[in-house]
Design a protein. Structure first.
Length: 494
């Protein structure tokens, strides 16, 4: 089985190259191996190219794909490969190629029954892929055993879908069975066990400072990163400012700092923050000084808020992916419990747009990443959320080219896989998306995925979507136990 392993601990980072990211075995073949046959070479020809390294869509010179990697992005090499009999994928006029996207807060969580979250592993991977997301980081798994089994199926080719870069379960009281007084040694043992399983990064949520310090220390020992959904310091939570001083790599949602005093919750402070607050500018400067990534999760609050029609327009019939039985359950629940708009989340939704734009304007564009953060209750599904998230960044005033980098090279760099993912350059894994329309002219064109490559293999999004219809959720009463949350013991034993 081809897996993901991290090697090396120098400077807290894994050694780059083949040893670090081994999704494509052929990419690490010995030097001097015979050139591949023409039938094993694909050339993506024509159209426009946004390769993730700049700000523009340029004419595509020709992209040569061999053994799951980009062999060349060059007109001469592409012409020679075509002349030698390579398979040609034609990209039409007006179509644009961009790197495969990475969702760094890609929850697979479902709570269709109102009884707690489980991870959906049947069709979510295919739906992510169909929407142009070629790599997912779950950012806290509700069902680690299911996710480990999914990772094995995806890597063996038994199941088709986006690459799963596992996060493992939450570190913190958001995980069932978490002990807030775990010792550093116990935290280290859990990290070690998860690394053995193939986890590539960690998520802290509602964690105390001693356990967070131990998590960061051990993750960095393995060359892996840590992100956190943190608080203000209220009720023993950790302020992101303090986590940054501990060495955390990424922060989710709340930026933290003195604008979030420990006397009240982060939510209460966040909704009152303004981009011209000196305390806000100080915390942004800390991110810039320390190079800490910020996963903004812009649209997450809109699901519970007023559902801004510019962002939450019905561009896909997402409920059609539910089984008929599950759809009946969801529609019955919605009819019995009319949705209540969270005024607080609506305020946060609006405030966050201003704050993230200020973060960007202060020079933080290279640190912002794309994460959708949508645990579904049946109306909207995470794999479609990428388009809402990208559109909201643009609505906030951030240029489309920068927004696309949030979802590509910025995300890859934040997860420490930038040597293999995030841009279309020779030597990298051949993940790309062909769009009908230019996303720099209208970001909503990211919805129009005509073809997607993962590991150099082409997929038809229409076929992926069609094969996923009517498959999410229980098929009948006999399946209900599989969709009820279960207690999960900590990795590595109690």
């Amino acid at each position: 089985m081809i897996g993901f392993r991290a090697f090396g601990i120098a400077a807290g980072r894994a050694a780059p190259g083949c040893a670090f990211l081994a999704f494509v075995a052929a990419a690490c073949a010995p030097a001097g191996e015979e050139a591949p046959a023409a039938s094993d070479v694909t050339v993506v020809w024509g159209g426009g190219l946004f390769d993730g390294t700049g700000n523009d869509v340029v004419p595509n010179p020709g992209i040569v794909v061999t053994d799951g990697r980009f062999q060349a992005v060059d007109a001469v090499a592409a012409s020679e490969a075509v002349a030698a009999g390579a398979t040609v994928v034609e990209v039409g006029e007006g179509e644009v190629i961009l790197p495969g996207m990475l969702d760094l807060h890609a929850h697979f969580h479902l709570d269709l029954l109102g009884e707690g979250r489980v991870d959906e592993t049947t069709v979510y991977p295919a739906l992510f892929l169909a929407n142009g997301v070629t790599s997912t980081f779950p950012n806290g798994e509700a069902s680690p055993d299911r996710m480990r089994a999914l990772q094995e199926r995806l890597q063996s080719g038994e199941q088709v879908g986006a690459r799963l870069l596992r996060s493992g379960p939450y570190f913190g009281s958001s995980r069932v069975g978490w002990d807030p007084f775990f010792t550093a040694e116990e935290v280290h043992r859990q990290v070690d066990a998860l690394v053995e399983e193939g986890v590539v990064g960690f998520k802290a949520k509602t964690i105390r400072a001693p356990q967070l310090e131990a998590l960061i220390e051990r993750a960095h020992y393995h060359g892996l990163s840590v992100t956190g959904h943190l608080g203000s310091g209220f009720l023993g939570s950790v302020n992101p400012r303090d986590a940054i001083h501990m060495g955390i790599d990424r922060i989710e949602h709340f930026m933290g700092g003195d604008a979030m005093p420990a006397e009240r919750s982060a939510y209460a402070s966040f909704e009152e923050m303004t981009p011209d607050m000196p305390a806000f500018e100080r915390i942004v400067q800390l991110y810039l000084d320390e190079g800490v990534n910020y996963n903004a999760t812009m649209s997450a609050y809109g699901y519970s808020g007023g559902r801004d029609p510019d962002i939450f327009e019905n561009f896909a019939d997402e409920m059609s992916y539910l089984t008929p039985y599950a759809r009946d359950l969801v529609e019955e629940r919605l009819a019995a419990e009319p949705r209540r708009v969270s005024e607080q989340f609506e305020r946060i939704y609006n405030v966050k747009q201003q704050l993230v734009k200020r973060f960007y304007d202060m020079g933080g564009g290279h640190l912002i990443t794309m994460g959708t953060d949508h645990p579904s209750t049946g109306e909207f599904f995470s794999p479609f959320s990428v388009h809402r998230e990208l559109a909201l960044f643009v609505k906030s005033g951030i240029p489309e080219a920068s927004v696309l980098r949030f979802a590509t090279i910025n995300a890859a760099t934040a997860l420490r896989v930038e040597d293999d993912l995030g841009t279309i350059e020779a030597g990298k894994i051949a993940d790309l998306v062909i769009l009908e329309g230019n996303p720099l002219e209208d970001i909503r064109n990211t919805r129009n995925v005509r073809m997607v490559f993962k590991d150099g293999v082409a997929y038809d999004p229409a076929e992926l979507l069609a094969s996923s219809k009517g498959r999410i959720g229980p098929r009948g009463p006999e399946d209900l136990p599989d969709f009820a949350a279960v207690d999960v013991p900590p990795p590595g034993g109690e």
